[in-house]
Design a binder for this molecule. Sequence first.
Ligand SMILES: [Zn+2]
Length: 423
Amino acid sequence: MRVLQLGSTGTDVMEIQALLKKIGYDPGPIDGIFGEQTRQAVINFQRDNNLVPDGIIGPNTYKKLNPLLLGYDTYYVQPGDTLWRIAQKYYTTLNRLLTANPGIDPYQLRIGQKLIVPFGIDVVDTNIDYTYEIMERDITGLKKRYPFIEVGVAGQSVLGRNLYYLKLGNGPNEVFYNGGIHALEWLPVPVLMRWIENFALAYSEGRSILGYDVRDIWNRSTIYIIPMINPDGIDLVLNGLQPDNPYYDELLQWNDTGEPFSQVWNANIRGVDLNHNYDALWYEYQELAEELGYGDPGPTRYPGPFPESEPETTAVVEFIQNHNFRLIIAYHSQGQVIYWDFENMAPPIAREIGEMFADVSGYELAETVGTASYSGMKDWFIQEYRKPGYTIETGIGENPLPISQIPMIYENNEELLLLAAVV
Ligand SMILES: [Zn+2]
């Protein structure tokens, strides 16, 4: 973590601002700019935590902020402690404490015993630029708070970032949701992460969400989620082109739009469009792409040198091959549309389920046309398995969509994600 102070800008500033706001210190607008109001919020936080109130986030202040970013603290039981007292001290609930420490006996605490203490706040923020680093930390925090979530790695990106998957449930009905395929279209990433958090909390409390019995879903189904399939591209969009990027010179050439990466880049870090890299009419698409001027690496629509040329694609292909998915959903933006077919290969039930999805989301059910209709993830899945596969376009307007749409996208898709696990 670099030192943050007046004048600092970036996604890390934004993350700290969101945290300060969440814990009751008003940093002003959550805009990634460390201004006077953010400095004052940091000073107030420092005063309350016996830190030197200099308004600068250096190692000591960061050490206090880090557990809050993770959403939990590590605590060693002291003489006279009870779980109730610890819960009070951390503004959290007994249920959260018990969930994070499975097998613990509340009446037999030992002095010095190590506990994971989840704070009362949510982990996943839906009001910030949601970078790979933030997602990675949130996954760590969620796993500690809800040890029943299984976390794994499906593969690596070109630059070696992990393609994390999270697994919810233990039932025989396997489904697969994913997002963050196109770099500009990262808004569904925090939506999926927040949905995981809410689902895990409801499961731990034995609650329903929108009338869906979460424990029942848990027993009937297993939900696999890869929230971010293109971490390198999303990093480029949110953090900009860094000098140490091994494709630095190439990327400057490949982006021939005259626009910054944050406005145009949808591909992975080698300029390959990850939703045109699957072996489903790939050669037909490639011819078309050449004609339309997408025959070389670039911000969008270049299908790569051959089908499944990219590690992000092969990771997904292998992940799907190693499971028995009843259906898959790939989240994109924009347009509030659900695409469900590929070359008339989808089974009749796929349309029926698609209509139910349209119903609960308010999105329109549609068939892909033109260049969008070849060599995508759902195309390949439908072609290989003849099972329901969907591309869901979320949000309204033109990419990149504003962060302010994340809550709406969540609302549109909360029930759809529950329904897809049991339909
Ligand atoms: Zn897309």
